[in-house]
Structures are given as C-alpha cells and as structure tokens.
Design a protein around this ligand. Structure first.
Ligand code: R5P
Length: 298
C-alpha cells in the first residue's frame, strides 16, 4: 500500500496529500540528541511499500536537507520498494552556476546528494532552474519540475480583486511563470528587465509594456527579501498602474519582505505552502496528489 511521509519541512502538506488520497500520513519521530545531532525514526513498517516522501528544503536548508537524506536513506534501508520524492521548494537552485571563480556549484551538489540516498524519482515545483533548463540536466534519475502557477492564477481569479489584469514577471526569467499564469487567466503578460546591484538590491526596468491605468498581477517563483517585488511595484506605480497584487510559489519571506511589499503598495500578496508562511493561502497538495495518481502510485 502507498505510504505518504512528510519531513518537518512539509509535515502539514504531507498530511493534506495523504488525506486527499484517503490515507493517513506515516508517523515519524524527529528530534535532536543533546549535542544537536538529528534523530529520526520511522514509526511504521514500510517494507515492500511504495513511498511518497515530501520534504521542502526551505528555512534552515542544511538542516532540512540532511533530514531528507536521513529519511530517504532510512526508508530504503528498511526495505521500501520505491521512494518517490517531492521536494516542493528546492534550496540552492539559485547557485546553479559558478558566478565567481572557485564557487561551489551548490545546486548540482544537492542534486547529487538527493540521488545518493536511493530516491527513485524526484518531483520539484517551480524550481529556480534558469541556466539549467531541464531537470534531466542535473538528475540522472527520472525528474519532473511541476508548476503551481495555475493554482495561484485560479486563486487570484476567484478572489476577483483585479479587473482585466496584466500579468508581469519582474525579470526576464519570470516569463515562464507569467506566461502560465496569464494563459490560465486569459490575460496578457510581459516581463521587466532586472539588474541586481547586490544581495538585497535590484533595479527593475520595464521591457515594452504600458501599465497605465491597468490592474496588475506580479508573479515570481520566490519572494525572499522582497527586493525584486518592491522594485517592480515602484516601477509599475510610477507608470500609472492602478491596483497591484503579487503571487509567488515559494514565500521564503526574510528580512521583513512582507512589510516592505505592503508598504510599497501591494493590495494582496499570496503564496503556496511549498514554504509554510503567513501568506500560504494556496496549497500545492492537489498538484502533488494529481501527479501521485498519474504516476500510478495509488
Ligand atoms: C530570482 O531571479 C528569483 O526569480 C526571484 O526574483 C528572487 O529570488 C527574489 O529574491 P528577492 O525577494 O530577495 O528579491
């Protein structure tokens, strides 16, 4: 029988996925030894079972990555037949290139680690693979990068705060997400060009779009410090945009990002539960469930 197991980066999400499939999430015991080492115990028999392991690697990424490695290695060692991993937020994906000589290619290293513990197949969601275009460029096991943009677009359409919105990606790479969201909403889309001035500073300029008197939805994969979105909001308002809402798949939200975005004039900011946050209004559980079913695991 299929078992759904969630690490502490995605325990609530795993519970939702299990419930949607008419199951109960498999119980784990996760704690620390007094010296800070992690302890993990699988509390149910998994021998001969197919397992869906769900673990986002978000805040404290090294800790959650290590927990993921312990989890999958243990499941395989206990005799699980197949382990299919869903890693909704895949940390380190932004370091997919050596921008300065001598830098670690962290994305590739993490992919190697994920494979090394015997994961049979891996699913990610809106992974920031800009220079690495396909999951198969970095994984040698079957891999799939899903998108939560249709779910976000449906939520925005349902809440109905925007009239005939224009969908904007805050940089050239966000075109892929703007396109999916716009198509789902039957809307137009465009992207801005972005110049990064440092870890927390970016300058955003419009490409070709006129936003005068338009309602706008800004979409991006990640909101981390909020710098990218704040610059996009400033630019859009200076061009005469009326009402602006913001949606992202992964609301990492560090350095007061949410306050900065509201202060810059966004009416609404929404994200998914790939990263649990105060704006995780949209669950990716239906997306995961759909692909668990499609993969014939149920
Ligand atoms: C980068 O290209 C990503 O798509 C996001 O735009 C970026 O990670 C957001 O980071 P921040 O919120 O710190 O500007």
């Amino acid at each position: 029988m299929l078992k759904i197991v969630g690490g502490s980066g995605s325990d609530a999400l795993a519970t939702r996925v299990a419930l949607e499939l008419g199951l109960k999430a498999t119980r784990l015991e996760i704690r620390r030894f007094p010296d800070g080492e992690k302890y993990l115990r699988v509390l149910e028999d998994v021998k001969g079972e197919d397992i869906v392991a769900i673990q986002s690697i978000h805040h404290a990424p090294d800790d959650l990555l290590f927990e993921y490695l312990l989890l999958v290695d243990t499941l395989k060692d206990l005799g699980a037949k197949k382990v299919v991993s869903f890693i909704p937020y895949f940390a380190y994906a932004r370091q997919d290139e050596r921008f300065h000589s001598g830098e670690a290619l962290s994305f590739k290293t993490v992919c190697k680690l994920v494979e090394s513990v015997g994961t049979d197949e891996v699913y990610t969601i809106d992974t920031h693979q800009h220079r690495v275009l396909k999951s198969s460029d970095v994984f040698s096991i079957p891999s799939h990068n899903l998108s939560a943009m249709p779910l976000l677009a449906d939520y925005i359409s349902k809440t109905g705060g925007l009239k005939k919105p224009l969908v904007i990606g805050p940089d050239a790479e966000a075109e892929q997400w703007a396109k999916i969201a716009a198509e789902r909403m039957g809307a137009d889309y465009d992207v801005f060009e972005k110049k990064r001035l440092g870890d927390e500073n970016v300058e955003v300029r419009p490409r070709k779009v006129s936003t005068k008197d338009r309602d706008v939805l800004i979409v991006d994969d990640i909101i981390s410090t909020g710098g990218t979105i704040v610059e996009a909001l400033k630019t859009l308002f200076s061009q005469g945009a009326k009402r602006i809402e913001v949606a992202c798949t992964h609301p990492i939200l560090v350095s007061g990002a949410l306050s900065k975005i509201y202060e810059a004039g966004a009416q609404n900011v929404i994200g998914t539960d790939t990263v649990p946050s105060p704006i995780s209004y949209v669950s990716v559980a239906p997306l995961i469930t759909e692909h668990v079913r499609k993969a014939g695991l149920t």
